[in-house]
Design a protein around this ligand. Structure first.
Ligand SMILES: C[C@@](CO)(OP(=O)(O)O)[C@H](O)COP(=O)(O)OP(=O)(O)OC[C@H]1O[C@@H](n2ccc(N)nc2=O)[C@H](O)[C@@H]1O
Ligand SMILES: Nc1ncnc2c1ncn2[C@@H]1O[C@H](COP(=O)(O)OP(=O)(O)O)[C@@H](O)[C@H]1O
Length: 300
């Protein structure tokens, strides 16, 4: 095989709770992660030699070795002793630095895609373990669907798929938030020695997810990182309010933001919420649906 095409799905966080700081300086988390049908497309083509070449015209996406897609290919070359080259053409649709795991899902797609293109025979579990060395969210992006994530986000317990939950995703067009900054800010302000961490309410959210009832899910959303990001970026708090005013069952920031999602009862309801925001030139908006897969091989 010479070429394959993959779809790499974005994620949202239905739940994100920070339990404390770990000895490795990362944060101990409890999250519920969910794949959505907003995705990048990656085309992987075998090329002579052992170069890894990335093509991506998006102005915010680096095309050098700092790109997570390139790092994923290098990791496979090194760990599997592969002496082959690949060109990665990346069509970016997932907003960058938006709390949607865009880079992580591209890395996951490269791991899964090269496993096929280079005939490596790695299991999904092996790909997840390799992915964890690239970033905390990469293992989830390899697995996709709905999962409880603990540790620094890489310890996954799959959940029954959440089918057909419709939502409106919105972000201020010109705002990017650094994940490292969000955790650092949270830690300075909310994890001082002696802080009592709120008791986990993950079980309520997981029960709501199992019920597939949008209103129950809406009542159990939670994201600790809002406490770091919203005070610094009031436009994100405002956007959340606008989603509520437009009729969303609930609205919350995804991950380290600045994307915010509003839950809808059904697709028509999502369309109506979207219509209230879509004309604003300062926003990027999407109608999305939850999906059971993270990375998917595309048929030609
Ligand atoms: C916040 C979340 C929520 O799903 O997603 P995004 O908003 O980035 O999409 C994740 O925790 C982000 O995962 P990911 O983006 O893969 O993080 P990494 O590359 O491992 O780390 C980026 C930065 O975040 C900090 N970080 C990350 C995970 C964690 N449990 N504790 C941390 O303190 C690290 O210190 C690092 O400086
Ligand atoms: N494949 C990629 N797609 C997007 N950004 C990437 C990629 N590889 C590396 N990056 C870098 O990672 C940063 C975080 O981007 P992204 O993964 O989209 O956000 P988030 O961590 O909020 O989910 C970007 O600012 C960019 O410099």
């Amino acid at each position: 095989m010479k070429q394959i095409r993959l779809r790499a799905a974005a994620k949202i966080n239905l739940y994100l709770e920070i339990l404390g700081v770990r000895p490795d300086d990362y944060h101990e988390l409890v999250m519920v992660l969910q794949s959505i049908d907003l995705s990048d497309t990656l085309t992987l083509t075998s090329i002579p030699g052992h170069q890894i070449r990335l093509i991506c015209p998006h102005p915010l996406v680096p095309v050098d070795r700092t790109n997570l897609a390139v790092r994923a290919a290098e990791l496979l070359q090194q760990s599997m002793g592969i002496d082959r080259g690949v060109e990665i053409a990346l069509k970016k649709r997932i907003p960058v630095a938006a709390g949607l795991a865009g880079g992580s899902t591209d890395a996951a797609a490269v791991l899964a895609g090269l496993n096929v293109l280079w005939d490596l025979g790695l299991t999904q579990k092996e790909l997840r373990t390799l992915g964890a060395s690239l970033g905390s969210d990469v293992p989830f992006c390899v697995m996709g669907g709905t999962a409880l994530a603990t540790g620094r986000g890489e310890v996954l317990t799959p959940q029954p798929p959440l089918e057909n939950l419709h939502l409106v995703l919105a972000k201020p067009a010109d705002l990017q938030v650094s994940t490292a900054w969000a955790y650092r800010t949270y830690r300075q302000d909310h994890l001082a020695p002696g802080t009592v961490v709120e008791r986990s309410r993950t079980n309520a959210l997981l029960a709501a997810v199992a019920s597939q009832d949008p209103a129950r899910i809406a009542a159990s959303l939670h994201n600790d990182l809002e406490r770091a990001v919203l005070p610094a970026h009031p436009e994100v708090a405002h956007l959340r309010e606008r989603l509520i005013e437009a009729g969303a069952l609930a609205a919350m920031m995804s991950g380290s933001g600045p994307s915010v999602f509003g839950l809808a009862r059904d697709l028509d309801h999502a369309g109506a919420i979207h219509a209230a925001l879509a004309a604003d030139p300062h926003l990027e908006t999407f109608v999305c649906t939850t999906q059971p897969t993270g990375v998917r091989l595309e048929k030609d």
